[in-house]
Structures are given as C-alpha cells and as structure tokens.
Design a protein around this ligand. Structure first.
Ligand code: ADP
Ligand code: MG
Length: 687
C-alpha cells in the first residue's frame, strides 16, 4: 500500500452484501453498538497483552474508549486507544470481510488472548445496518502511516493516508435517515448501559452532569458507563457476603435481598464464570422481572436464557459469563449446541452442590429459608432427574408443627405408626391449618403426624413423590375419617341397630347442605365427632390438578362432592336414633314390614325363575318382577318421606351437621348466624 489514495472493491463473493447485512444480519439493529464497542475493547485488550509480553514497549496512556455524538454532522463515533490498524491490516481484516482478525490473533497468542471478545464474525459490518457511510481513521501501534478508510455502503471503498497522530482507531458512523434514533443521547446512553455495563475497559459517553444554577451543567469528569471489574470476574476468596449483596443491588436495584448466592468459576472443560442468586419467590407463578443475564467476556448478550439453562434455573437471578456460548446464532441452535448442554448440566450440578453445602453446614439457616426455597427446589426435582438425585438428600418436608425433616428422617418417624395393612407408608397432609384444624387434631390424637402442603404446586409435587418414594401414599387429613385414613383393617363394631341406621339415613340427608353430599355411616370411636365431612383424596386431587393442565377437563366439570359421615357409635347419634324410634318407629316399622312381605314374595319368584334365560321368562312373570320392585321402592319412599320430614324439623340433626361444617370452615353468613341462634335455643332446652 504505497500510494496515498486507493480504491477497491470489498472482497466478498456476493456482489452486494450490504443490503443483506442491513436486513438480516441481526434483527436488532441496536446490536451494532455492542459490536463496535467490543472491537474497541478487543483492540485495547490486545495492546495490553502485547505490552505485558514486551512486544509493545510504548506508553499505554489513558485507554478509555469514548463514544461521541455530533448532531450537526449526524455522526456517532467510537474511539479507542488500542492497537489500531495498518493499511495492510485494513485490507486483510476489513476488506476481506469473511476473515476475522480475532481468530488469527487468538491462534497466535492462545494463552493470553482469552480476554478477546470478537470471534463473532461480521461484527464490524453491522455498522452498515444504521449508516450510509462508515469511516475508519486508524493508526497502528506499529510503525507506519495512519489511514483513513471510507465506504458508503456499496462494496466500493476508498483508502488514503491520514494525518492522525496518536495510536488507536475512530470508527465514524454517518447515521442514515431511518436510524436517526441512534443520534439521540438518551437512546445511546441506554444502549451503552445495556451492553457495556460490565466491560473491562472504561467507556466514556460525554461528561458527567451536575445540578448547578438551576439546571444540569456538564462537569469536566467523564461520564463512565461501566464497572470494569464486576464481582463475578473476581476470585470468590476476595469477596465478602457484602460484596455479593452489593452486586445483586447493582444488577437489580429494586429487588428484595436474595437468600443465597453461588459463585460459578469453571475453566475446564469449558470456561464459565458467574454469580447466581436465589431470590425470594413465594408466589409460584409470579412473573419474573429480574432475569439471569448472559454475558460473553463481560459483553451483555441476552436475558432470555430459556433453553440455555434448565427451566427451574430460570427462576434464579444473576449473571452467567462464558465465551463458550456461541452468541450470535439462533436460539434453536443454542438449545442443541453441545457446549450449551454441558454448561446447563454443570450449572444444575453446582446449584445442587451449593444447596447441599448450606444444608450440611448450616441446617438452621437452610430451614429458615426453606419456605422460600421450596418452590424452586421442588420444581427442579420434578423436572430434572439429575437434580432430584441430589436434592432428595436435602429437600425438606414441613409438618403442621412447623418442624422440618428430610425425606429419610420423616420416613423413620412415621413408619411404625403410619404403615397400612398393605405395607404402604401413608403420609398425611393438610393444606390449610385452620380449615382442617379438627382433622389435624384427630390425626394427632391418634399419634399420626401431619405435613403441611400449602403451596399451589404441592399437589403436583406429591404425585411425583408417590412415584419416586417406595410404597408411599399421600392422603389429605380431611379425605376420610381418621380411623380410615390409614387402613389397618381393625374394624370397630357398630352399636347402632342396622334398621335404625337405615332410618337415620334420610333423616340426615334431609339436612345435608347441598346436592353433592352423600350420607354414610361409620362405626367410629364414641369420642370421635358425631358427624364429619370428608372429600375423597382422589377426586379432589384430580380437580386440583386439572386447574393447571389444559386437559382433563372432565374433572374440572365435576361438581365438588363430599361425604357426610355419621359416627354410628356416637351417643348423640344414638340419642337421635332413640328419639326417632319413639316418634315414628311404629309407622316406619309398618312400611318395613310391608316391604319385607313384598321382598319375601320377590324372593320366591326369583327362586322360581332361577336358571331360566331371559327369553325363557314369560311376559307375565317379567311384569310381576317389575311390579314387586316398584312396590318395595314405593314403601321405602313413603317411609323415607316421613323420616325426612322428621329430620328437617330436628334441630339436633341440623346442629350436628353445622358443627361438622364449622369444623371445615364451611359455615358462613346466614347459616352461621342461624347456627348461633339455634345453639342458644338448644342450651335453653338443656336444663
Ligand atoms: P471480529 O471482531 O469477530 O474479528 P469484526 O468484523 O468485528 O470481527 O472485526 C474484524 C477485524 O477488524 C477485527 O478482528 C480486528 O482485527 C479489526 N478491527 C475492527 N475494529 C477494530 C478496532 N477498533 N481496532 C483495531 N482493529 C479493529
Ligand atoms: Mg468484532
């Protein structure tokens, strides 16, 4: 390059690559600034490397990278004091655009060069996405003249000598009409903060401003955009807890203090640094505003890390920095990239190890924070097999007395008393301590322990636990009466005459609080409650889960159904039975006799027809059969109507059912008021 002015055509295979660059290179045009700043940082780091190995012996001087706007000329300039370029290098690195200078430099200075950002490819040319002309004025640290390169967006360029005196490079963008937003100070300030906030070389954008004489005035101090030594680039040993907390606030000024941090620091088999924080998340589906930020050698790349780290880790906050993540390619490529997969697995392992460490070293702290950590850990256990394997050692269960146990500890506590006749371990749980208070108490009275599972996510998780833990079953305390929660098959005798029990059914049914209540009788302890309302574990869980998943809508449609369980051994139930006998015994008995008579007739008919096939039975006999069945039903119906009428007027029956509703928090408003009034009335009767 001897002559002072030259022209040429940029060496690309496609005749005109610029329209392509403009449209398709990056969908986000703003990325150009990241690329130019990265190049400036690279050039500066190269110079520092050369200086440290003695290949550059001059003064480094002030290495600050400066970004300036000129509104009149409509230019944006990025200036650095890095290595600069000779005319030859411009030809090689700029004119032949497929050739990346960084790659060659990396090869040559393998060890020292890992601070170099740019192995991205077409970085410099992204300037044409927003400019109709780009100039490079550069002077290399090597001997030789400064050069001025200029290109107006066609593949033709000019290159000539320049009178620039000092080492370094100015990249001058003549911003095009459509991109005038990049001439706005505020926009550039925002972009610089976004992409350059933690770059390792100071970056100045104009001067700091001060409130003076009732307005903002420029000072002579540089407005420095970045923190050149963010916490994650330091050694963990050099950082205090306070430093970690400060860095968290630097990242997320508005967030609540995090629970823990993990400092990632790997250099084999890939390069990865970063700090992850466990934030406080109590609301399971709370939108996360503060996301993990992905950096490559301190250059911000993205904060949508979905697919790059496992789902459950996206709930964490913090920074991951790795030059091994290929940054300028599509997301789907990233997700299948082997490096990315390894990184993801590694982070999962580190997170599990760190939790294990806190659990082992400071169980008390771990328990204190468990409620906040729970969602995160359980979600991880549910979705990542590897995480389950580790976390099952330190994941906790909390019982209704606010005590915490590991799975192993809990199993040992309940195994003697809560194993059913099939050898299945029954875990009892409540999801609302107040609502299920009486059930919890009866379970405890029986020597059972009751877990608290009050997270929205818990139903899903306990399904998973049932799958994973051997021979185990989770049952909510209110899903059956206490004697049947854990079936040990020692049945109690009922003290109630079976006929009387049949009569009591319509009596209680008449006062049931709604359609979905089914009356059943259980021979329970006489000290147990007289009436108990339960909801089957299975149907309730199906309904709960169908809320989250789109499918299984059949269960969603299902009305709530409850059991109205009457304790046939309770004295008050027996008293109601006795009174019923007194009041309507003979009347009801008549219907029963009538029905019994018809039944006897029916039996002898059936005896007669026994062995006959359907088509061998005469029509007459068939009619008789239907008639007898109808007669029995009619007698029972009439009997039940009388009994139901009696039941509807019986304050004691109503009172027992209301007590059961009260015990499950289902008695409210008018019904509650009526209950109180009735209670006072009943007290009056009881002299
Ligand atoms: P990459 O950064 O991936 O190498 P670029 O297109 O961003 O690709 O840059 C091409 C080359 O141009 C760089 O490798 C470098 O050699 C040279 N270059 C670009 N900007 C500068 C600069 N500010 N100072 C010195 N050299 C630069
Ligand atoms: Mg680059």
């Amino acid at each position: 390059m001897e002559t002072s002015k030259q022209q040429g055509t940029i060496n690309v295979t496609t005749e005109n690559i610029f329209p392509i660059i403009k449209k398709f290179l990056y969908s986000d045009h703003e990325i150009f600034l990241r690329e130019l700043i990265s190049n400036a940082v690279d050039a500066t780091q190269k110079l520092k490397t050369l200086s440290s190995i003695g290949e550059f012996t001059g003064e480094l001087g002030d290495l600050t990278i400066r970004v300036t706007l000129d509104q009149e000329k409509k230019t944006l300039t990025v200036s650095d004091r890095g290595v600069g370029m000779t005319a030859k290098e411009i030809d090689k690195y700029i004119n032949q655009i497929a050739f990346s200078g960084a790659e060659e430099f990396m090869k040559k200075y393998k060890k020292e060069a890992n601070a170099i950002i740019g192995h991205f490819g077409l970085g410099f040319y992204s300037a044409f996405m927003v400019s109709d002309q780009v100039e490079i004025i550069t002077k290399s640290y090597k001997r030789g003249k400064a050069v001025n390169w200029s290109c107006n967006g066609s593949p033709d360029y000019t290159i000539e000598d320049s009178d620039r005196e000092h080492r370094g490079t100015d990249i001058i963008l003549h911003i095009d009409k459509e991109s005038s937003e990049f001439l706005e100070e505020g926009r550039i300030q925002t972009l610089l903060t976004k992409y350059s906030r933690f770059l390792p070389v100071p970056i100045a954008f104009g001067k700091e401003k001060e409130w003076k004489n009732n307005k903002y005035e420029e000072t002579d101090r540089d407005n420095i955009i970045n923190n050149t030594e963010p916490a994650w680039t330091k050694k963990p040993a050099d950082l205090t807890d306070d430093d970690y907390a400060k860095f968290y606030r630097e990242l997320y000024p508005m967030a609540e203090d995090p629970l823990f941090h993990i400092h990632l620091n790997v250099d084999f088999p890939f390069n990865l640094t970063g700090i992850l924080y466990f934030p406080k998340i109590r609301n399971n589906y709370e939108v996360q505003k503060n996301k993990i930020q992905l950096y490559s050698n301190q250059v911000y790349v993205t904060d949508s890390v979905e697919g790059i780290v496992p789902d459950f880790l996206t709930l964490l906050h913090g920074v991951i920095d790795s030059p091994d993540i290929p940054l300028n390619v599509s997301r789907s490529y990233l997700q299948s990239d082997q490096n990315v997969k390894k990184i993801s697995a590694h982070i999962t392992k580190k997170v599990a190890d760190r939790l294990q460490e806190i659990f082992a070293n400071d169980r008390e702290q771990f328990e204190q924070k468990w409620d906040d950590l729970k969602l995160f850990i359980n979600y991880g256990m549910l979705t990542e097999e590897k995480f389950w394997d580790k976390a099952r050692e330190f994941a906790l269960l909390k019982n209704t007395d606010d005590k915490y146990f590991t799975y192993e500890e809990y199993k040992n506590i309940i195994k003697d008393n809560q194993t059913d006749k099939n050898g299945t371990l029954v875990y009892l749980y409540a999801n609302d301590k107040d609502e299920q208070f009486s059930f919890i108490r009866s379970a405890k009275d029986k020597g059972y322990d009751v877990l608290l599972m009050d997270g929205q996510f818990d139903t899903h998780f306990l399904n998973h636990l049932e799958e994973k833990l051997e021979k185990s079953h989770f049952v909510r305390v209110d899903s059956d009466v206490v004697d049947k929660l854990i079936d040990k098959s020692a049945k109690k005798e009922s003290k109630l005459d079976p006929a009387l029990q049949t009569w009591l059914n319509p009596v209680f049914k008449s006062q049931a609080p709604g359609e979905g209540y089914f009356v059943t009788f259980e021979a329970l302890d006489e000290k147990a409650s007289p009436v108990i309302i339960t909801q089957s574990e299975w149907s309730r869980r199906m309904k709960e889960m169908s809320k989250f998943s789109g499918g299984m809508s059949f269960y969603k449609e299902l009305p709530d159904s409850f059991n109205l369980v009457i304790n046939s051994n309770h004295p008050v139930v027996q008293l109601i039975g006795e009174e019923l006998k007194q009041a309507h015994g003979s009347e009801a008995g008549k219907f029963d006799e009538e029905a019994a008579k018809v039944k006897a007739e029916q039996d002898s008919l059936e005896q007669l027809l026994k062995g006959k096939k359907e088509d061998e039975i005469a029509q007459e006999e068939k009619d008789k059969r239907t008639e007898l069945t109808a007669k029995i039903q009619e007698a029972e119906k009439q009997r039940d109507e009388i009994l139901a009428a009696y039941g509807r007027e019986n304050p004691l029956v109503k009172q027992l059912i209301d007590l059961a509703l009260l015990a499950t928090n289902k008695l409210t408003g008018e019904a509650l008021d009526a209950f109180v009034q009735r209670s006072i009335g009943l007290l009056g009767n009881h002299k």
